[in-house]
Design a protein around this ligand. Structure first.
Ligand SMILES: Cc1cc2nc3c(=O)[nH]c(=O)nc-3n(C[C@H](O)[C@H](O)[C@H](O)COP(=O)(O)OP(=O)(O)OC[C@H]3O[C@@H](n4cnc5c(N)ncnc54)[C@H](O)[C@@H]3O)c2cc1C
Length: 370
């Protein structure tokens, strides 16, 4: 590829970027998806919420969602059905929700690499192209973006879409500010519980210095995610005893699962809430985590990525038809931020056992709305 001229250049081929690419290519625009070669996400044990499955079906991707489910039966992609939530939040008394009472049905514990590949294939089938590289530079001349790639190539494009996830690379290159919420680190690792290893629920449990997410990935492995302060996360990184202590002190979780046998590797993620004050501008738009990254307690990151990817594509198509859709996109995103932030605040506020503890104090400060 020398210098290429196209309609839309999308940086990031996660769920947000690939859905945007698919919609735009289907509408007849020339689209290039750029992502780092052989990028390892270290994301595992994520739950695709039922609302996201419904959205994919609505977008004409029911063969993809069926593939995920069929694969779950043949155990190829390890997409376990998630039958609901079990929570210990506010007390040690178990509270459960069942997928039967969810209007959208069950969720799926997906293999992210497979899921992203399936979505990317759909974008390519619709006519989008893919180029493996890292976006490293950005300039604009006469309404045309010049996107510089790590391998020295340049792409000329009318539109750019930032779908680079939490790194928000294009937004940084544009010099735009992002709101960053209270620091929150997630430590993820695999584990095997002593009891109830076949349970197909997501288990969420509050603890003194954070909260725990756990659930079955496949017949052999579970995932555990501990969400806490950066300081506590550093201690947990270097001391396995802290993990045993976390589980044994957590009465509800311990009664349910017994001791956990932990996998060796621990993956650390910055998972604080963050968002962009301005989601769209002249010739650019942001979507997915680059636009709005949720605290994982919301459990809606993938839905948000797919939804805002779809909406970003609609905003570009409206602008191409001379309808100025900037205000609609901005209003819709602000609504999502306000709903999310109020819900997040109310959820943390429900836990009243450790109100003097720095973790809970920090997360119980008043919601930040736009
Ligand atoms: C620990 C953890 C647990 C989570 N659990 C859940 C869950 O259970 N359910 C749920 O719904 N959500 C969950 N989420 C959230 C979910 O992972 C994200 O919301 C989702 O991945 C966002 O999709 P995206 O397409 O916006 O970004 P991403 O999936 O992050 O994709 C961004 C892409 O951009 C690429 N990229 C980055 N920089 C560049 C660059 N300079 N040039 C080119 N490409 C670039 C990256 O390689 C990547 O492929 C979790 C997140 C974390 C961190």
């Amino acid at each position: 590829m020398g210098t290429l001229s196209i309609d839309v250049c999308i940086a990031g081929s996660g769920p947000a970027g690939t859905i945007a690419a698919r919609q735009l290519a289907q509408a007849g625009l020339s689209v290039m998806l750029i992502d780092r070669p052989a990028h390892k996400t270290h994301k595992f044990g994520e739950t695709l919420p039922s609302a996201a499955i419904r959205l994919l079906n609505k977008l004409g991707l029911s063969s993809l969602t069926e593939q995920l489910q069929t694969a779950s039966h043949s155990n190829v992609t390890h997409s376990e059905r998630v039958g609901g939530n079990m929570t210990f939040w506010g007390s040690n008394i178990l509270s459960t929700t069942d997928y039967i009472h969810d209007p959208y049905g069950f969720g799926l514990r997906i293999n992210r690499k497979n899921f992203d590949e399936l979505l990317r294939n759909e974008a390519l089938l619709s006519g989008a192209r893919f180029y493996p590289s890292d976006v490293v530079g950005l300039e604009k001349h006469n309404d045309i973006w010049k996107i510089r790639l790590e391998d020295g190539k340049t792409i000329h494009s009318k539109w750019i879409v930032d779908a680079t996830g939490r790194s928000a690379k294009l937004i940084k290159l544009l010099g735009l500010e992002r709101y960053r919420g209270v620091p929150l680190v997630a430590l993820y690792r695999t584990c095997t519980p002593q009891k109830n290893a076949k349970l197909n629920r997501t288990i969420i449990s509050a603890s003194q210095n954070g909260w725990v997410y756990t659930g079955k990935i496949n017949d052999h492995q579970w995932v555990i995610g501990y969400h806490t302060t950066p300081k506590t996360a550093t201690q947990f990184h270097h001391d396995n005893k802290q993990w045993d202590h976390l589980i044994s002190k957590n009465v509800g979780l311990y009664d349910l699962l017994g001791n956990l046998e932990f996998g060796k590797d621990i993956f650390s993620h910055d998972v604080r809430s963050s968002w962009l004050e301005q989601p769209i501008g002249n010739g650019w738009v942001a979507c997915g985590d680059a636009l709005l990254a949720f605290d994982p307690i919301a459990g809606q990151g993938l839905f948000n990525a797919l939804y805002t990817g779809m909406k970003a594509a609609e905003a570009i198509l409206a602008a191409e038809h001379n309808e100025n859709n900037h205000r609609n996109y901005t209003t819709e995103i602000n609504k999502i931020i306000n709903t999310y932030e109020n819900r997040r605040y109310l959820l943390y506020k429900q836990e009243q056992r450790w109100t003097e503890n720095p973790f809970w104090q920090a997360h119980q400060t008043v919601a930040k709305t736009t």
